[in-house]
Design a protein around this ligand. Structure first.
Ligand SMILES: *[C@@H]1O[C@H](CO)[C@@H](O)[C@H](O)[C@H]1NC(C)=O
Ligand SMILES: *[C@@H]1O[C@H](CO)[C@@H](O)[C@H](O)[C@H]1NC(C)=O
Ligand SMILES: *[C@@H]1O[C@H](CO)[C@@H](O)[C@H](O)[C@H]1NC(C)=O
Ligand SMILES: *[C@@H]1O[C@H](CO)[C@@H](O)[C@H](O)[C@H]1NC(C)=O
Ligand SMILES: *[C@@H]1O[C@H](CO)[C@@H](O)[C@H](O)[C@H]1NC(C)=O
Ligand SMILES: *[C@@H]1O[C@H](CO)[C@@H](O)[C@H](O)[C@H]1NC(C)=O
Ligand SMILES: *[C@@H]1O[C@H](CO)[C@@H](O)[C@H](O)[C@H]1NC(C)=O
Ligand SMILES: *[C@@H]1O[C@H](CO)[C@@H](O)[C@H](O)[C@H]1NC(C)=O
Ligand SMILES: *[C@@H]1O[C@H](CO)[C@@H](O)[C@H](O)[C@H]1NC(C)=O
Length: 380
């Protein structure tokens, strides 16, 4: 397909250049110092930034594959590690598709999917992999909260998709293939999730950067933390503190994971109950689509509520009430029928955080598959 927009045209020119260059050109030119950020000059040479759209309840990207098909609602999920499409528009094998006679099957918290697996040329934003395992959805269940979705692109750690494609123990993720094909030098990527405004309308477009982090999105340096064992499971690490206003409710190490594929900010169990105790009239949501979250009485105001503070390494991310309260514009979508003040705060289990989309809107996160590190920075 001929590129039409300026961005894809530029990507095509850049990729063409790389392909035409002597072997090693891409590697030597695109060398990215580890635990660091792409130098601005290098970023201009290859900017594999895929736009991320925060569609209120999900983080999605556009994926091109199959018979010149564009799947525009592909959920970006750091909590899984396989790529599949065909949730709405059926996947049709194209000129670059290789039939491999395998099936895929994967279960998520929100649903499950299975179908036929192919090898295909796949483009996500400006990044292209010429031989990627891609699932074509045949059977789907669940996903009601995130529907409609075209598919899921899993950005989980290497080896975390065990048993999901027949004939293989594990398969390479999109990021690993970018490295294997020499497009980026290191299996590193950074994610900026654009925040929602209080009325629930997305304020901008987020971004994944493959091969490094986007310096223009961050303020200060990335703080890198070692990934918790096992490194082939989830992007897990230890956070160091959790505060509710001036009350420190938990101190480290707090077992934590990031997950762009889930919404809530799930805080350690004891801290969750301390918040319930702290706000008179606070209770548990028992019936909406975010059942299990904290609801506050209708008489609270944003100004009367404390901010939450999540300490990670030497950084403290402050999440004001305006960011942890569910905008009333989303109540109908979330099946909220009462007039209480609903929050995105859930329990992460004993001593654990599960930092979903509503946390990630307040932080830049980065992932290093080679050195098994998870990084964070303040937003620019
Ligand atoms: C897809 O693109 C290829 C190459 O540009 C072209 O040959 C083919 O006809 C296109 N297929 C469809 C269905 O448009
Ligand atoms: C990458 O490209 C996008 C859009 O083309 C641009 O807005 C962004 O600033 C670029 N990022 C870098 C790091 O050059
Ligand atoms: C495809 O796989 C099935 C099940 O493993 C096998 O029975 C069949 O012979 C295979 N077909 C081809 C063309 O390889
Ligand atoms: C997909 O799941 C359905 C329901 O469990 C099952 O009937 C079907 O055989 C599965 N298909 C594949 C290809 O695994
Ligand atoms: C899959 O893993 C099992 C056990 O770890 C091993 O025996 C087998 O050879 C592996 N298969 C492939 C295709 O790598
Ligand atoms: C995280 O904390 C636990 C103790 O709760 C510790 O066993 C583990 O080694 C820590 N992880 C890292 C990567 O330091
Ligand atoms: C708000 O309402 C709750 C329960 O309805 C009550 O316990 C609390 O005292 C009220 N707070 C204020 C400041 O009026
Ligand atoms: C919606 O909420 C009602 C009660 O308010 C509950 O009975 C129903 O099961 C909920 N539906 C979903 C899909 O969550
Ligand atoms: C982060 O907050 C915790 C708890 O309030 C505090 O102990 C720690 O010093 C703070 N760290 C930084 C770098 O501000």
């Amino acid at each position: 397909m001929f590129p039409t927009s300026e961005t894809s045209l530029r990507a095509a020119v850049i990729l063409g250049l790389l392909a035409a260059s002597p072997q090693g050109f891409a590697i030597s030119t695109l060398k990215v110092p580890l635990k660091s950020t792409i130098a601005p000059k290098m970023a201009n040479l290859f900017n594999a930034s895929a736009p991320l759209t925060n569609a209120a309840l999900k983080v999605v990207a556009t994926v091109q594959a199959g018979d010149n098909q564009t799947f525009s609602d592909v959920l970006v999920d750091t909590g899984s590690a396989i790529l599949w499409v065909g949730g709405q528009q059926k996947y049709i094998p194209g000129a670059d598709t290789r039939v491999i006679n395998e099936t895929f099957s994967v279960g998520y918290g929100a649903g499950g999917v299975n179908g036929t697996a192919y090898l295909d040329r796949v483009t996500v934003g400006e990044a292209t992999v010429s031989s990627q395992i891609i699932g074509s959805a045949g059977y789907m269940e669940g996903f009601s909260l995130v529907e409609p979705i075209d598919g899921i692109i899993g950005l989980g750690p290497s080896g975390s998709n065990y048993g999901e494609v027949s004939g293989h123990n594990t398969t390479r993720t999109f990021v690993e293939n970018l490295v294997a094909e020499g497009t980026i030098s290191h299996p590193v990527f950074g994610i900026y999730v654009s925040p929602l405004s209080e009325s629930g309308i997305p304020e901008g477009t987020g971004e994944i950067t493959f091969g490094g982090v986007d310096q223009s999105r961050i303020s200060g340096d990335i703080t890198w933390l070692p990934q918790n064992d096992p490194v082939d499971f989830h992007w897990e690490f230890n956070a160091s503190s959790f505060s509710w206003g001036d009350k420190v409710l938990a101190t480290g190490p707090i077992y934590s994971r990031t997950d762009t594929g889930v919404l809530p900010i799930a805080v350690p169990y004891d801290a969750f109950f301390a918040i319930l105790d702290d706000v008179p009239g606070a209770s548990l949501d028992e019936s909406s689509a975010i059942a299990g979250s904290i609801t506050l009485p209708a008489n609270v105001t944003v100004d009367s509520l404390p901010a939450m503070e999540i300490g990670i390494g030497n950084l403290n991310f402050t999440i004001p009430a305006s960011k942890y309260i569910v905008p009333t514009s989303l109540h109908t979508t979330l099946n909220i029928t009462d007039n209480l003040v609903h929050t995105w705060i859930m329990s992460g289990g004993p001593g654990a955080f599960d930092l979903g989309q509503k946390f990630l809107e307040n932080a830049y996160s980065a992932y290093d598959m080679e050195n098994h590190l998870v990084g964070f920075a303040y937003l620019a």
